[in-house]
Write a protein that binds this ligand. Sequence first.
Ligand code: ATP
Ligand code: MG
Length: 355
Amino acid sequence: MSSYRIVTIPGDGIGPEVTASALEVVEAAARAHGGLTLEVEQLDASAERWKRTGVALPDEALAAAAEADAILMGAVGLPDARHPDGREVNGDVILRLRFELDLYGGIRPVRSFPNVATALRSDEPIDYVIVRENVEGLLASSVTRIRDEVAIDNLVITATGTTKVSELAFRLAERRAGKRRVACVDKSNAVAAYAFFREVFDQVAARHPDITPDHIYVDAMTAYQVLDPQRFDVVVTENMFGDILSDLGPATVGGLGLAASGDVGDAHGMFQPSHGSAPDIAGRGIANPTATILSAAMMLDWLGRQHDDADAVELGRVIDDAVVRVLAAGQVRTPDLRGTATSAEFTAAVIGALA
Ligand code: ATP
Ligand code: MG
């Protein structure tokens, strides 16, 4: 029987609530199905901690995260936790983990759920994945500021980084039961660095003849996400474009409470809901834990593939199916989906639906 060491970073606001729900579901599924044990260590890395001690992610916590098989995060950040230069404290935790652990691929599924209204006109199911380059591009730039006159950022695209994230996208398309397509989203018609991104993407595409490559300019992409999202399977793009497109995607389907995410590299993986700490509803027991439960399911799938462990992959699938079943039935829903259930009631319903 395989055993994994998971660290959790519950974080701030609703983070601890949704993390606890997800762990409860994972532990119930592991008990019911056997084949897997988890050793869980909770780390205190948060904006709250930063306010108390001046350090959001202590070195010991970083070391523990690096030792673990996977990281499950709730949400880090609070509206009043900012450095004097305006940077948010959540970057001290999330960006530092991304860079130190080389979590170069941001995996952001955009999927509709049966019986959950989307913001779009068509009822056709939506199911695609945005793979965001996480550690280069415009968001990893060095900034030059000259007095109050000029600020210059550097857009950094490397062949190595683009190859790694493109490979990740093609491998994902190969194992999804999807349309077997990977779209490269860029702005190669206007920016040389993005033309380079596309060039490297094309080299990777040539090594995956079983998958159809596609090219889309980022401006057109935003329209397609609204008007024709069914055309997509896997989408790969640069850091800042990915940041923007992966906010738009979930907004078109069921909202923030449903959007899972993973940040993965060759050796490490961190999984967390796409939403933030939602301080307005923290402590009231009404947060929607779906995004975190689905992120935990992604974590199990990733662990299973890393360790060639079919039981873990299966457990991820079982949890995902249970969430879909509860949402489809429509009886138990949290207030963000116009229901009246508490987080605890929703969590219990998911556990009850584990088949
Ligand atoms: P951040 O800067 O940390 O990304 P944000 O300002 O983008 O935060 P979120 O915390 O992601 O905001 O959420 C915005 C609003 O959406 C929240 O204030 C909350 O009302 C709602 N929301 C977000 N996540 C959930 C959830 N899991 N369940 C219910 N409502 C949520
Ligand atoms: Mg946000």
